[in-house]
Write a new protein. Structure first.
Length: 308
C-alpha cells in the first residue's frame, strides 16, 4: 500500500512497517504480478519456458524412441513450424545442438533452447503439435545424404542396413547411435535384415528423408523444476534498466523473474537474477539516500531561520 510517498508493507502476523523504497523480487509468483499491477505496471502474459518435450506416442511400444532413453545425438537440428496470422507460409523456429532422448520424450540443449525461443508459440498450440528433427544437419540435404547412402549399395552390398549409421564424424564414429539408427531404418519401412545391396532406390530415399526430416509428435511439456523458467512478467517498458526502477511508481524496483526477462540454458537465468538484483538493490539504496538528502536540505534553512 502506498501512503504519502511511502510504502506500507504488511507481513502476515506482524505489524505494518513504512519504507521509502521496495524491491519486487518475487520470481514468477502470481503474488508479485498482482502487486506490480496494483502499483500501475503492465504484465506481459507469463508462460512456461525451458521445458522438455513430451512425446508419448514415440516412447511407447513400437514408437520411434521406444527403449532409447539416455541416447543423445550431439549435432542435431530441431524445428517448430508455426502459422503466422496473415501469412500463407509457416514460420520456422530452428535450434541446433545436442538432443537427448528421455523416458518422457526429448530434451537436451537444442530442445530446451527451442522451448525458450518458441515459448509463446508452444503455449499457443497447447504444447501439442509436430517438431521436425534433422539428425545429421552437417551432412547436407536429404538429396545429398541419399547419394551417400545409395553409394553403399555398390561399395558395401553385403552390409546390413540397420547395423550402424554409415555417416561418420572425423573420428570415425557414427553421427547417429546404433540403436537410434536401427529405429530410423525401421521407421523408413526397411526390414532389419535388409542388406545394402538389396535396398531399393525408393527405400534409400525414404531413409534419407527420415534422417533429415524426422517428424516427432509433441503431446505436452515436461514439468521438471530444474528445467522450468517463466517468460513474461512486468513489462520492460515500465522499468528503467539503468537502476531497475519503476517508471510508473517512484520508489519501486524490480528484479529477477518478476520482470519480462528469460534466458536459455547455461546459467543465463541465474545471472539475470543476480545482475538485476544487484542493480535493483543499489538503485533502491541510491533512491533512499537521495530522498533523505533532499529532505535534510529542506530542513536546514528552516532551522537556520529559527535560530536567527
Amino acid at each position: 500500500e502506498v501512503r504519502q510517498k511511502k510504502f506500507l508493507v504488511m507481513m502476515r502476523g506482524e505489524e505494518a512497517i513504512e519504507y521509502d523504497a521496495v524491491v519486487l523480487a518475487t520470481g514468477s509468483s502470481p503474488v508479485g504480478h498482482k502487486l506490480a499491477v496494483s502499483l500501475g505496471h503492465k504484465i506481459v502474459n507469463p508462460v512456461p519456458s525451458l521445458f522438455t518435450l513430451s512425446t508419448k506416442d514415440d516412447i511407447e511400444e513400437g514408437g520411434l524412441f521406444c527403449g532409447l532413453s539416455g541416447l543423445s545425438v550431439q549435432d542435431a537440428q530441431i524445428t517448430l513450424q508455426v502459422t503466422v496470422p496473415g501469412r500463407k507460409k509457416k514460420q520456422s523456429i530452428v535450434q541446433n545442438g545436442p538432443i537427448l532422448i528421455t523416458h518422457h520424450g526429448i530434451s537436451g540443449p537444442a530442445s530446451l533452447r527451442l522451448s525458450a525461443f518458441a515459448a509463446r508459440e508452444f503455449h499457443g498450440i497447447n504444447y501439442k503439435g509436430n517438431v521436425i528433427i534433422n539428425w545429421a544437419p552437417d551432412f547436407g540435404s536429404a538429396e545429398e545424404i541419399e547419394i551417400k547412402l545409395w553409394g553403399l549399395t555398390r561399395s558395401s552390398p553385403k552390409r546390413n542396413v540397420s547395423s550402424s549409421c554409415p555417416l561418420l564424424l572425423p573420428d570415425n564414429t557414427s553421427i547417429i547411435p546404433r540403436r537410434l539408427w536401427s529405429s530410423l531404418v525401421s521407421a523408413s519401412e526397411i526390414e532389419a535384415s535388409k542388406l545394402w545391396g538389396d535396398a531399393s532406390k525408393k527405400s534409400v530415399r525414404k531413409l534419407a528423408q527420415t534422417i533429415c526430416q524426422c517428424p516427432v509428435k509433441v503431446t505436452g511439456k515436461g514439468v521438471f523444476k530444474e528445467e522450468f523458467v517463466t517468460a513474461g512478467g512486468v513489462s520492460l517498458k515500465d522499468i528503467d534498466m539503468t537502476n531497475m526502477g519503476s517508471k510508473r511508481c517512484k520508489g519501486v524496483f524490480a528484479c529477477g523473474e518478476v520482470i519480462d526477462v528469460d534466458g536459455v540454458t547455461g546459467g543465463f537465468n541465474f545471472m539475470g537474477c543476480w545482475s538485476t538484483g544487484y542493480v535493483a538493490g543499489n538503485g533502491a539504496a541510491d533512491y533512499v539516500m537521495a530522498k533523505h538528502s533532499a529532505a535534510n536540505m529542506k530542513a536546514e534553512p528552516a532551522a537556520t531561520a529559527s535560530k536567527e
